[in-house]
Design a protein around this ligand. Sequence first.
Ligand SMILES: Nc1ncnc2c1ncn2[C@@H]1O[C@H](COP(=O)(O)OP(=O)(O)O)[C@@H](O)[C@H]1O
Ligand SMILES: [Mg+2]
Length: 238
Amino acid sequence: MSVVLEMTGVVRVHGQGAGEVVALAGVSLTVREGELVAVMGPSGSGKSTLLNVAGGLDTATSGSVQVCGREIAWLGAAERAEVRRQDVGYVFQDLNLVPALTAAENVALPLELDGVRAGVARERAIAALVLVGLESARDRFPEDLSGGQQQRVAIARALVGRRQLVLADEPTGALDSVTGDAVMRLLRDRIDAGAAGLLVTHDARHAAWADRTIHLRDGRILRSDGAGEPADLMEADA
Ligand SMILES: Nc1ncnc2c1ncn2[C@@H]1O[C@H](COP(=O)(O)OP(=O)(O)O)[C@@H](O)[C@H]1O
Ligand SMILES: [Mg+2]
């Protein structure tokens, strides 16, 4: 299976001098097509920074980040934005839905930015909303949706289209367990259909959907578990 994300010796330092914070202290990670990797670790261990650097929202201080064979660590902002648009789907902790766009328009937006015709983009967006159980909300604006519904719109937006790398930072946080499980099913199906994913979660039940789990501590990968590890090991991070 082809390598979608290849991070080698990635360091990310925030701030300078006495205020310096090493958010990533030399992370190397390979994620292939068809693989979902769970990322666990205490608050402040670098999970969000890892996803931001992997998706080109943030830049590494040193080290290499390749997405679909393209080195993004040293690209300029405009080129990184292009890689993000073409290859990366995100679900953030703060959802970043566009308030002036309806649910369907929010989901269609990355497709349209990719050059998909408006009518086709809308059809695909509605199909994605059906998958997350939100077809009836397609013409409503984010402010008229509950937190859980907004989260499902954000998930539909990340999973629509052909982007190869899906990055999800606690995507099930505001969802009840039934909806959370449905979202994990969607994410898993999207990965199985030909993408690679990183999933930040505190929930060992959700990490169990992944092919392996990496445990971060102080910006380093402490250990990496295959599927089927005892749940109590993963629970230690929750
Ligand atoms: N923009 C920033 N400026 C300064 N420090 C930051 C910034 N972003 C993250 N950090 C610091 O980097 C470390 C890792 O943060 P983060 O990646 O958000 O961890 P996590 O997602 O695991 O909670 C923390 O110590 C955090 O305070
Ligand atoms: Mg975080």
